[in-house]
Design a protein around this ligand. Structure first.
Ligand SMILES: Nc1ncnc2c1ncn2[C@@H]1O[C@H](COP(=O)(O)OP(=O)(O)OP(=O)(O)O)[C@@H](O)[C@H]1O
Ligand SMILES: [Mg+2]
Length: 253
């Protein structure tokens, strides 16, 4: 499936006696959409946290463009081009949409704790923010306070902030959760459009119809282990996946 941009090799993550990830290996193809599915508690978010440096892996290798990134900090990982959104959208509620994205740009230029954080409001940054807000369909919400946005637009803002890091990989943790059908469809279109512009996407999502429709490749986790990997058709017809996770109802729906 083309060149791999991210190679995950035998990754382990334990929390005390709980094995959240065990021997997880797969490749993320560049410029494609890879889905990460599995039941609640399977380890999906833990894997995102491990890939983005929020958690330190207890073993294995994670290579971004052939470079092992397993010991890098979240900021270093963001800097080299891996950005993610969070399962719970968490913008700065008191800031405007524009300022939230400016903070994202600031994170890109983060110099470490000793340098005080500044919102760098200059023409170049404002131009960049406007471009990003246009990309996510939020050009009409620039001055709105994040607190006043609907869930769908809070999620878009999360994506905008991730895009401010100028990533090569965008990791989305349940971008459709809680959204109505129409809003969900628009979000799916946005994700597909970002991908068409070349963005590599890794998406965690419980909405099977959405996952099957948008993904080039799907990884299935169950109780911390990878139980299947393949194109949507293969996953849909995989006995172990059906038994361990999907349930007959959802697949036949
Ligand atoms: N910081 C932590 N400390 C202890 N246990 C954790 C921590 N983070 C996750 N876990 C545990 O690791 C397991 C995997 O959790 P994770 O959040 O990765 O699941 P998930 O696949 O994202 O589930 P969901 O679909 O519900 O979001 C769970 O048993 C969870 O309780
Ligand atoms: Mg999760």
């Amino acid at each position: 499936m083309g060149e791999s941009i991210l190679e995950i090799n035998k990754v382990e993550k334990h929390f005390g006696g709980l094995i959240a990830l065990h021997n997880v290996s797969f490749n993320v193809p560049a410029n494609k959409i890879t889905g990460l599915i599995g039941p609640n508690g399977a380890g999906k978010t833990t894997l995102f946290n491990t890939l983005s440096g929020v958690y330190k892996a207890d073993g294995g290798k994670i290579k971004f463009k052939k470079r092992n990134i397993i010991n890098l900090s979240p900021h270093e990982i963001a800097d080299i081009g891996i950005a993610r959104t969070f399962q719970i959208a968490r913008p700065f509620l008191d800031l405007t949409v524009t300022d939230n994205v400016l903070v994202g740009l600031g994170e890109k230029n983060y110099q470490g704790l000793l340098t005080p954080f500044k919102l760098s409001v200059n023409a170049a940054n404002i131009k960049k923010v406007n471009e990003i807000l246009e990309m996510v369909g939020m050009e009409d919400f620039k001055g709105n306070k994040a607190a006043d946005l609907s869930l769908g637009y809070k999620r878009r803002l999360g994506i905008a902030r991730a895009l401010a890091l100028d990533p090569e990989i965008l990791m989305l943790d349940e971008p459709l959760a809680g959204l109505g059908k129409d809003v969900s469809k628009k979000m799916l279109n946005l994700i597909a459009n970002l991908n068409k512009q070349g963005m590599t996407i890794v998406i965690i999502e419980h909405d099977m119809e959405a996952i099957m429709s948008i993904c080039d490749k799907i990884i299935v986790l169950n109780q911390g282990e990878k139980i299947a990997e393949g194109i949507p058709e293969e996953i849909q017809n995989n006995e172990e996946v059906i038994e361990a996770y999907l349930g007959k109802d959802e697949l036949n729906a």
